[in-house]
Design a protein around this ligand. Structure first.
Ligand code: GMT
Length: 376
């Protein structure tokens, strides 16, 4: 199949998932065209089956806001026509589903029937999409997609609750290429470079937006480090990073916390980790938690959104109420209580990721593409 993938090319979960999906589909022999404003950051697989088309923006001083949807939908029309694409798979509804609908209508005028698959990822529904400013257009573009998928049962329920949806929403969980993490583990993991052998390593990876409650990560760590020798790795960048850094300074634990910034080497960093901390206020799935689990790292998370579908309480880690940093810290200490306990949680976490393996999820997307094309 010839598939156009539209996504945010950044470190956000939807962009990561879309990029991994494109690379996996290309590996299966499909022709993949990424259409976005930058080369996706996780695009590290070279293949003649993979193409990238940059959406160029024309800056004009009259506009207070540059019309990205217009540039994107024009580019979609151009790429669909030039490469004879069968399907556009758009990740994150805003504004991608809307731009794809416009492209579909423009192509219809030319006698071309392009199919649009929209994958809902989270904040496009829960935080941004349902805001009155966008709701009408988001609802319209979801209802006018040929197929709609959501990355968790929880996100499907949120979408049905927040919008008037006439379309069936298929749940296709996010996936992980478990081999990538196995390979990383085979390489030498130089833990000693970051912590003393007696220290436990806690890790957090995110885009440091308020929804991630990164200060709670620091609070959880502070309680843990008072009980056992420990280090905290903070990976990523975003608006709340300065607050987290300030809290670290105020608590006097600067020598125990390492801020690593954005990284393309998350798998490598996770190989150093004993416990992953994700205290988000809302999380439709929690791809970062799944990545941690694939790298044998149990997860301390909140019980919000789709997280209970990924992190199994008492098995792969623990779930706590949003903001209950004491409970999260106690749970981390419980996991770290003994080598045997930690090893068991690590095994459980890794085992559970099989449910979300590339080999299980990829055929579901291929089946969706096939069935939508059969309807043509
Ligand atoms: O909020 C983020 O971390 C980024 C955002 C995105 O769309 O880039 O993530 C959402 O999609 C991810 C991939 O499906 C999910 O794993 C995240 O849980 C979801 N984030 C939220 O719901 C807050």
């Amino acid at each position: 199949m010839r598939i156009g993938i539209v996504c945010y090319p950044t470190f956000g979960g939807s962009g990561v998932l879309a990029t991994e999906l494109g690379m996996a589909l290309a590996d299966q022999g499909h022709e993949i065209h990424f259409i976005t404003y930058n080369q996706p950051v996780r695009l590290d697989f070279i293949s003649h089956k993979l193409h990238f088309h940059e959406v160029l923006m024309e800056e004009y001083p009259l506009f207070q806001y540059q019309p990205y949807e217009l540039a994107l939908s024009s580019k979609l029309v151009e790429v669909v026509k030039k490469y004879n694409l069968d399907i556009l798979h758009v990740h994150y509804a805003i504004p991608h589903a809307y731009a794809a609908y416009m492209a579909k209508m423009m192509l219809k005028e030319k006698g071309i029937d392009i199919k649009v698959v929209t994958t809902l990822h989270g904040t496009d529904i829960t935080l941004v999409g349902s805001h009155p400013t966008y709701k009408t257009a988001v609802e319209f573009s979801i209802n006018n997609s040929d197929v709609v998928t959501a990355v968790s049962h929880s996100l499907k329920q949120d979408t049905l609750r927040l919008f008037n949806i006439e379309k069936e929403i298929k749940v296709v969980h996010n996936f992980i290429d478990t081999n990538k993490y196995d390979k990383e583990h085979q390489k030498e993991c130089k833990r000693i470079a970051l912590a003393e052998p007696t220290e436990r390593i806690l890790t957090h990876v995110s885009n440091f937006r308020p929804v991630k409650r990164t200060e709670d990560v620091v609070k959880v760590f502070d309680i843990v480090q008072k009980e056992i020798p420990a280090k905290l790795l903070m990976v990523g960048d975003g608006p709340d990073k300065a607050n987290a850094e300030k809290l670290v300074k105020d608590l006097g634990i600067k020598d125990k916390v390492i801020f690593l910034g954005n990284s393309n080497e998350v798998a490598k960093i996770l190989c150093y980790s004993d416990v992953f901390v994700l205290p988000s206020v809302s999380e439709s799935f929690g791809l970062a938690a799944l990545e941690a689990m694939a790298a044998d790292t149990p997860v301390i998370s909140t019980n919000t959104g789709g997280l209970p579908e990924v992190n199994i309480h008492g098995k792969t880690g623990f779930l706590s109420d949003v903001g209950d940093v004491k409970d999260m810290a106690n749970n981390a200490l419980n996991i770290l209580e003994s080598e045997e306990n930690l090893a068991q949680f690590k095994r459980n976490a890794k085992e559970h990721t099989q449910k979300f393996s590339l080999s299980n999820i990829l055929p579901i997307y291929e089946e969706i593409y096939n069935s939508v094309l059969e309807k043509a």
